[in-house]
Design a protein around this ligand. Sequence first.
Ligand code: BTN
Length: 334
Amino acid sequence: MPRMPETGQPGSEELVLGFLAEAGDEFVSGGAISDKLGLSRAAVWKHVEQLRAHGYRIDAAPARGYRLREIPDRLTPLELRPLIATRDLGQVLHCFDEVTSTNDVARTLAEDEAGHGEVVIAERQTAGRGRRGRAWVSPPGRNLYLSAVLRPDLPPQRAPEITLVASVALCDAVRQAGVEAGIKWPNDLLASGRKLAGVLTELASEPDRVDWVVLGIGVNLNARPEDFPPELRAEATSVAIERGQPAPRALFAAALLKALEDWLDRHADGGFGPVREAWRERSVTLGREVQISADGRDIAGVAEDLDESGALLVRAGKRLERVLSGDVVLARAR
Ligand code: BTN
């Protein structure tokens, strides 16, 4: 059964949790929590007990107070809200156990006047979609499937920049989680040469401006090799496979939303220049021999640069090809 979207104000239980989460590894006294939140000590104790019943591990020590030890590996507003440190992104959350595709849900919301930054997250997708009509393998409870509704102030021809913004932010969040990832043009995230995450962007626009963008991000976080179909096992990886230990999904989702908002702000303030620079620094494509099938053409050459509109420039003999979309296959590093 899908969970109901939760978009209201945080309840007291969530506020207690937020207070504990903010304190990190430190103990917080029951008195400090009750003063701060205007609750009685008995009410604080009751909320701690409720949180424990929801799977949170909370230490209690006489004269020291409470300490949050472990949050359950679930992606519901209760886990996510205290961790989200953004202005807009994820301030309205729609969390589900199962959807066809978070992009489908976000598109419907966008068409229904959802605001900038509303986020859809699901534990499982039954029809997860990848780029170029491919399926996105979406096993339950292990990965992150997230779609954000954005309303950027951009003319339609600049919309592809948003996908590159997302790939830079995604790369930063994955590196922060301890995995040395890089971007394969335009927005695949690779680690050890295997795919770890991807971005699927969908949009609607008027002749002169973008109406909405749905940014769909899939990250293989805790997938094990056996969670991928046999034909993908040599090509796909996850944060857990790469770093040898599972990644807390709620923490990762919050860090990703923060990185995404920071990069969207830089893009809104400074244009594509800083994003282009950051993309180049994180690229595993530039300087490599590539083969690209793009719009019915096959191009082979060396990926030279990302141009000022986000196209890939490929040196093929004497010609410099400008590639706007397509699938890149990387030859061995030179
Ligand atoms: C790619 O092919 O690399 C893009 C993959 C994008 C997958 C994500 S998972 C969340 C969102 N919902 C989908 O159906 N697709 C995107």
